[in-house]
Ligand binder design. Structure first.
Ligand SMILES: [Zn+2]
Length: 201
């Protein structure tokens, strides 16, 4: 696969979603429970790694390596110093990255890209993808877009690549709803006139 520098949201999104498949984030347990679950994860993100180009599915070895990569990305997202984040993300790219070079996009314009070495493993291809995405997000947006989920008790993290930059949850459809329900209950239980005034003002 080759990865477009300008499409950093893809790699940053895969990094986010991969980190949040972990049993340390999901109360229901490991999302990547077996190689078939990894194949589903790749399909859901529209990824077609060269390592699986011959139609073979991910192996248990691929799964183990992707879980290890997940831990590395998690550590990267938690790293406080920007320089260290850049070093770690560049290390992911260097694992199997070639280039940079140029390729023509769908409209014939030249775009910067990094390709993965043809013999790269599935996990190394994903390392290049996420490394490019995280570097692009940091450069184009800021390190402040690498955040912890705001939902109480959620261990999730995410990279906010939205235009407004106001994302608060690792999985908005899950954690955002949980938060809304909690806030609603808190408002109902806090039924004093002072609270009512401050909320309505
Ligand atoms: Zn969350």
């Amino acid at each position: 696969m080759k990865f477009d520098f300008s499409d950093y949201a893809l790699g940053a999104g895969v990094a986010t979603d991969l980190v949040n498949t972990s049993p340390s984030v999901r109360s229901a347990g490991e999302v990547l429970a077996d190689p078939a679950a990894l194949a589903t994860f790749l399909a859901e993100h529209g990824l077609h790694p060269d390592a699986l180009a011959d139609g073979r599915g991910p192996t248990q070895g691929d799964l183990d390596q992707v879980r290890a990569l997940r831990q590395e990305i998690r550590a990267l997202l938690e790293t406080p110093a920007e320089e260290d984040v850049v070093d770690a993300a560049a290390g992911l790219v260097a694992r199997a990255g070639l280039g940079p070079s140029l390729f023509r996009d769908g409209e014939g314009r030249w775009q910067w890209c990094v390709a993965a070495r043809p013999e790269a493993s599935l996990a190394d291809e994903l390392a290049v993808l996420t490394g490019v995405g995280l570097l692009g997000a940091l450069r184009t947006l800021s390190h402040g877009r690498f955040r912890h989920c705001a939902a109480d008790g959620c261990q999730g993290m995410f990279v906010d690549t939205s235009k407004a930059g106001k994302r608060r949850y690792c999985m908005p459809e899950v954690c955002g709803n949980r938060r809304n329900v909690a806030n609603h209950r808190a408002r109902r239980s806090r039924n004093s006139p002072d609270t009512t005034r401050s909320v309505s003002s």
